[in-house]
Design a protein around this ligand. Structure first.
Ligand code: PEP
Ligand code: MG
Length: 567
């Protein structure tokens, strides 16, 4: 048995079998061919090589890669384009009658032997590039590339190096027990989606891939941030009991489904849900959420080669609006960028993507795409329960530009005789300190505000939310965050506008009562946390929470705030 430490993303215990999601192994057979096979083997070599070079070209263009990664891919391409490689493999096939896979593998062994015999660290590094590129080509030649989720079943705990938001959305369709990654941060979008699926998950689990093998028995303890590999009988029993207890707690929570979210003193709170992919709406309906407080539409744009058309978007928005009615649905326009880079939008590689062209900046730079999305939303609003919200707003200037674009969209629709409801409510996300400071002006010029605490923490504390090495600086309980929320709420209320919180702070059961004490009007949380947060609201004594809040607001450090919260 070993225990590894990781950062918990979603609480809960999972007991299952490890499924390593990575590269399939290559078993090269040292096969000889007959002379009449030479022609077909050479043809296959040329076409497979062309395929892989094209694949590398596409990856090099893909903005999901950092500059370092793209340089590596460039060097891989150079290895394959080296005339010596082509000549030697051709020779091995036509003169030594080696099969294509045998010839390629022999070539790479010959070259890495030369590197291995030179005592030069740079060349050792090159040897690992050779290994990578050989693997890429051979796995294609041998046709062993497969759907990574093929062998996954309902006992699987996925073990991966890292996970992208688009891969999590694929996992959503599989019935797995848990997830654990060697890298990654708990504030990334991948983690947020995993949390909404209520899957026990750990990230930043150092040593994971060297310690865990396929089919190992593993336990994920998402409460204490542990992975237990090959547990002892006693350990297994202990976790089976915790698992049963958690199931019971979940069943208890289900009893709250039909209750209204009101504090002890009877104040009603709008408790809504965040969704990332349309399929999540069914869980939202099951838990009787009072609507969708944030639909992150960018997930319709990632992991595909073309843009979703206006009609395609219209159909999705309309279905969500119909399923949610009479409750409202807040559709947020695309917030690609940062860790959600999309290869189909015109996003060039940036050294600091979280400070670069993301959120509304992408939409304002790609107006035709922005207009398509706005028109799809306007058309889908036949039940009048849709509101539209804009991400990463830094001030009123952007809001005014958006309104001009919305006016053009409305007159285009009118000109084309398309029916729509013109008076859609518009809101902005408060995620950048400048938006907090000018929230009075923003509130005056829009219908509602929604605080995105995930980014607000990132930009206030100047800490990259995706960088696990500095995650200790990412403090949701830093006193500055409470003060910024207070400032925003006061400004919005002075202008008669409502304020929601749709960042992950709203899904944190320890913080909910203080957000309510700050007079937040609405909370929008992960569907998987909805009932837990409802339970917190039902247990909240606002007068008591306000007394503690006063202390929080004059605290000097996150540690002081944590102490107040826990006593
Ligand atoms: C936020 O920043 O809090 C938020 C809700 O937006 P996202 O997590 O999608 O950036
Ligand atoms: Mg955000």
């Amino acid at each position: 048995m070993y225990k590894l430490k990781g950062n918990p993303v979603a609480a809960g215990v999972a007991i299952g079998k490890a499924k390593i999601i990575g590269k399939p192994e290559l078993n090269i057979t040292r096969r000889k061919i007959l002379s009449h096979e030479i022609g077909s083997e050479l043809d296959k070599f040329n076409s497979d090589l062309k395929f892989i070079i094209n694949e590398l070209d596409k990856l090099i263009e893909d903005y999901n890669y950092s500059k370092e990664n793209r340089d590596i891919l460039e060097s891989h391409k150079m290895i394959l384009e080296d005339p010596q490689f082509h000549t030697r493999v051709t020779e091995l096939i036509s003169e030594e009658l080696l099969s294509l896979e045998h010839a390629i593998s022999k070539y790479f062994t010959e070259v890495s032997d030369i590197f291995d015999n030179m005592d030069n660290p740079y060349l050792t590094h090159r040897a690992s590039d050779l290994e990578d590129v050989a693997y890429r080509l051979l796995s294609h030649v041998m046709n062993v590339r497969k759907d990574l989720l093929n062998d996954v079943d309902d006992k699987s705990i996925l073990i991966m190096e890292n996970i992208t938001p688009s891969f999590v959305t694929k996992v959503f369709e599989k019935n797995i027990r848990g997830l654990c990654t060697e890298k990654g941060s708990k504030n990334s979008h991948s983690s947020i989606i995993a949390r909404s699926m209520n899957l026990p998950m750990l990230v930043n689990t150092i040593g994971l891939l060297t310690k865990v093998k396929d089919d190992d028995s593993v336990i994920i303890d998402g409460n204490d941030g542990l992975v237990i590999v090959s547990p002892t009988k006693a350990e297994l029993q202990k976790y089976q009991q915790i698992f049963v207890q958690e199931q019971n707690n979940r069943n208890e929570l289900l009893k709250l489904i039909d209750l209204e979210a009101v504090t002890k003193g009877g104040k009603k709170i709008e408790l809504m849900s965040n969704i990332e992919i349309p399929q999540e709406i069914d869980q939202v309906l099951k838990f009787k959420s009072s609507g969708i407080g944030l639909f992150r539409t960018e997930f319709l744009f990632i992991d595909r080669e073309d843009l979703p058309t206006e009609d395609e978007q219209y159909t999705i928005y309309k279905e969500i609006s119909e399923k949610s009615a009479p409750h409202s649905v807040i559709i947020r326009t695309i917030d690609v960028g940062g860790d959600k880079l999309s290869s189909i939008l015109n996003i060039t590689h940036e050294e600091n993507p979280n400070l670069g062209c993301r959120g509304i900046r992408i939409s304002l730079q790609n107006v035709p795409i922005f207009k398509q999305q706005i028109k799809a939303i306007l058309r889908a609003n036949s039940l009048r329960n849709i509101k539209i919200m804009f991400p990463m707003i830094s001030g009123v200037n952007e809001l005014r530009k958006i309104k001009d674009i919305m006016d053009i969209c409305k007159s285009d629709l009118k000109k084309n005789g398309i029916e729509f409801y013109s008076d859609i409510q518009i809101g902005v996300m408060i995620e950048i300190p400048s938006a907090v400071i000018t929230s009075d002006a923003l509130a005056e010029e829009c219908d509602f505000l929604s605080i995105g605490t995930n980014d607000l923490i990132q930009y206030t504390l100047a800490v990259d939310r995706d960088n696990s090495t500095i995650s200790d600086y990412y403090q949701s309980t830093h006193p500055s965050i409470f003060r910024l929320i207070k400032y925003t709420v006061e400004n919005a209320h002075k202008k008669g506008k409502k304020v929601a919180i749709c960042g992950e702070m709203a899904s944190d059961k320890e913080l909910v009562k203080y957000l309510l004490a700050l007079e937040i009007d609405e909370l929008s949380v992960s569907p998987g946390r909805l009932l837990l947060i409802k339970k917190e609201i039902l247990n909240t004594d606002l007068a008591e929470a306000k007394i503690k809040l006063e202390k929080i607001l004059v605290s000097k450090t996150a540690e002081e705030v944590n102490k107040i919260i826990r006593t």
